[in-house]
Design a protein. Structure first.
Length: 274
């Protein structure tokens, strides 16, 4: 008893160590048993020789497609359908009248579409002894919204100086009177050559002339930046875009978009895609 009292801690520690060694020795056997169970489950769940799936039966779908191709019935949501193209009734001189606005805009004719250019020109040279030569580059923005910004404005820049979307990269001829100047445009990286007689031009917008033929009402020089709409047949339209081939109008009364194609012989308007 005295031996147990003096060494009980060592005895407990020895028992714990032996139990731990036993568990460690049993772990490989336990892992092997679990792996065998997993292999058995896999062999039961996943068959080694699955049967091929039967071929898909698409006869119903093929029959439906054939019926849709051969159907003589078509859905027309354009004119004269009135749900998506309603006829508006308005008062004129205290009397109601039918206002088929969609029909009236078809009578609007584009007589001309002209480009508006961004122009780079050589306007002069400032050369002083002992100082770098500065080249006067005139820039014109014909498509600017404000009239004051459409005038020619000259910027003086020295060689390899970048300003106002251009860099002077080369000059030919006498320093005080060059025959040509080469610019590199910052926005596109394009290199262009300008002289006093031959500026560089590129379209930056378009201007259109329109006529409402029933009343011979003209709308010349219209821009997409114009604040005032064009009005005819008791309707007003805001020009929202002009390209080389079409004019896009926004009908203020019903917020409908109309695309008017430019064709000098036969111009027609149609609702734009949503």
């Amino acid at each position: 008893m005295q031996f147990l009292k003096k060494n009980y801690e060592k005895i407990i520690l020895g028992v714990v160590v032996l139990a731990t060694l036993g568990i460690v020795a049993f772990l490989p056997i336990l892992v092997s048993q679990e792996r065998k169970k997993l292999d058995d489950l896999e062999s039961q769940v996943i068959p080694h020789n699955p049967k091929p799936l039967p071929p898909l039966d698409l006869s119903k779908e093929d029959d439906f497609l054939n019926r849709s191709k051969n159907s003589s019935v078509s859905l027309n949501l354009e004119k004269p359908h009135k749900i998506f193209n309603p006829v508006r009734w308005q008062l004129k001189n205290s009397a109601p009248f039918r206002n088929p606005s969609g029909e009236e805009i078809e009578k609007l004719t584009i007589t001309k579409i002209s480009p508006l250019y961004e122009i780079y020109s050589l306007t002069g040279v400032s050369a002083s002894e002992g100082l770098p030569t500065h080249y006067g580059i005139g820039i014109t923005h014909q498509a600017a919204e404000a009239i004051s910004k459409r005038n020619l404005k000259t910027t003086y820049a020295s060689m390899n100086q970048t300003t106002n979307n251009f860099t002077v990269v080369a000059a030919e001829g006498p320093e005080e009177d060059p025959t040509s100047v080469t610019l590199k445009l910052s926005d596109t990286g394009q290199t262009v050559v300008i002289t006093k007689d031959k500026p560089f031009e590129r379209p930056e917008g378009y201007i259109a002339d329109l006529v409402y033929t029933p009343d011979n009402k003209a709308f010349p020089n219209r821009r997409k930046t114009d604040a005032s709409p064009i009005c005819f047949a008791n309707e007003c339209y805001k020009i929202v875009d002009i390209t080389e081939h079409e004019v896009v109008l926004f009908q203020l009364s019903n917020q409908k978009i109309w695309t008017k194609e430019y064709n000098p012989t036969n111009s027609a308007a149609s609702p734009a895609s949503p």
